[in-house]
Design a protein around this ligand. Structure first.
Ligand SMILES: Nc1ncnc2c1ncn2[C@@H]1O[C@H](COP(=O)(O)OP(=O)(O)OP(=O)(O)O)[C@@H](O)[C@H]1O
Ligand SMILES: [Mg+2]
Length: 354
């Protein structure tokens, strides 16, 4: 595994006044699945189109496996069909008049392979995506998930050096989407292909990515393994975007050798572990599952304002210390709306920027 298999250096793309991708620098190791997440319009699709060669950058460089695909300085621009970069779009873009076999075989015919070679390659890739036996069907005779697999097969058949996925699962219903997440992961494991996967679904990114890159206004704000982003978000934006959180402006103090935080109205809440300053004011991100409730244990007093019971988890809104907190608990000891409870914070992370 080479560190910088796919390297982007200060990559920039403008559309008139809009800087869709803004001096973006990123390295993707070979075989990695990188998820790119961010709000609508932050530049995700543009980034993929730059990698595929469908848009020409205004500045910067792209290198793949040591080969420059684009360099403003060196005046290099490799055309899309020479990049060996596969792309799957949200709408699949299958040819309606071609059957499954023909849809998948198309890129190979373009490459000038013999009939026998095409047969063999297509059969191999259809088995990878588990579509054997459906070669003769047309796209309108397939389910959404099956069409998705055809699109994947068509991208994989040319043995891409990088596979770019642009929200490929967003047209599928929730159940199928979950199934396809694991399919993509399996296909990646079996083929070892490097994947850049754009999604606005942070849960999808958490579930399948090796690393997540959070994008905002054309820039990367934080890149790291899902767990790192979840537990140590550097900015308010990342804390809010990855998962659900409580953002608490508070003061960190020590009393009796223990750490506590003072909530806006001065109420002290015991805190177990803090990734941040040991004293002083801070903005803390407290995940709902890190607030521990009890009926009569130790802790600060609060009141249950709302209860949402979902079977495997229970969500509460807790009023205490002058703020409303979102709490996630496992069913077992459950609390009623209006009940007085005790709470403490298991752990929190300090946020440094917006
Ligand atoms: N061909 C274009 N001409 C002009 N502006 C464009 C063009 N393509 C994209 N943009 C603008 O560039 C910005 C980034 O767009 P992009 O499609 O990359 O966002 P995105 O992150 O993929 O959003 P979404 O999640 O909605 O798909 C937006 O402000 C968009 O309006
Ligand atoms: Mg997009």
């Amino acid at each position: 595994m080479s560190e910088g298999y796919l390297r982007l250096e200060s990559l920039t793309k403008r559309f008139g006044e809009v800087v869709a991708v803004d001096a973006l620098t990123l390295e993707v190791p070979e075989g990695e699945m990188l998820a790119v997440v961010g709000p609508s319009g932050c530049g995700k699709t543009t980034l993929l189109r730059l990698l595929a060669g469908l848009e020409v950058p205004d500045a910067g460089a792209i290198t793949l496996g040591g080969e420059p695909l684009f360099s403003k300085e060196q005046r290099v621009l490799v055309p899309p069909h020479r990049r060996r970069v596969g792309m799957v779009f949200q709408n699949y873009a299958l040819w309606p008049h071609k059957n499954v076999f023909e849809n998948v075989a198309y890129p190979l015919h373009v490459q000038g392979l013999s009939k026998g070679e095409v047969q063999k390659e297509v059969a191999g890739v259809l088995s990878q995506v588990r579509l054997e036996g459906l070669e003769e069907r047309h796209p309108d005779q397939l389910s959404g998930g099956q069409q998705q697999r055809v699109a994947l097969a068509r991208a994989l058949v040319m043995r891409p050096r990088v596979l770019l996925l642009d929200e490929p699962l967003s047209n599928l219903d929730a159940h199928l989407r979950e199934e396809m997440r694991f399919e993509i992961k399996r296909i990646q494991r079996e083929t070892g292909v490097t994947i850049v996967h754009v999604t606005h679904d942070q849960a999808e990114a958490m579930a399948i990515a090796d690393r997540i890159a959070v994008m905002r206004r054309g820039r990367l704000v934080q890149t790291g393994p899902p767990r790192e982003l979840y537990e140590h978000p550097r900015t308010e934006f990342v804390a809010r975007f990855i998962g659900v959180t409580n953002l608490l402006p508070c003061r960190v103090v020590e009393s009796d050798g223990r750490q506590a935080v003072l909530l806006p109205d001065g109420t002290a809440v015991e805190i177990g572990g803090l990734d941040g300053p040991s004293e002083g004011t801070a903005l803390l991100s407290v995940r709902p599952e890190d607030i521990v409730l009890s009926r009569d244990g130790v802790g600060t007093e609060g009141e249950i304002a709302e209860v949402v019971y979902l079977g495997n988890v229970v969500y509460y809104t807790l009023s205490g210390g002058g703020v409303d907190l979102r709490v996630q608990a496992v069913p077992g000891e459950t609390f009623e709306a209006g009940e007085r409870v005790r709470f403490r914070i298991r752990c929190a992370a300090a946020i440094n920027g917006r």
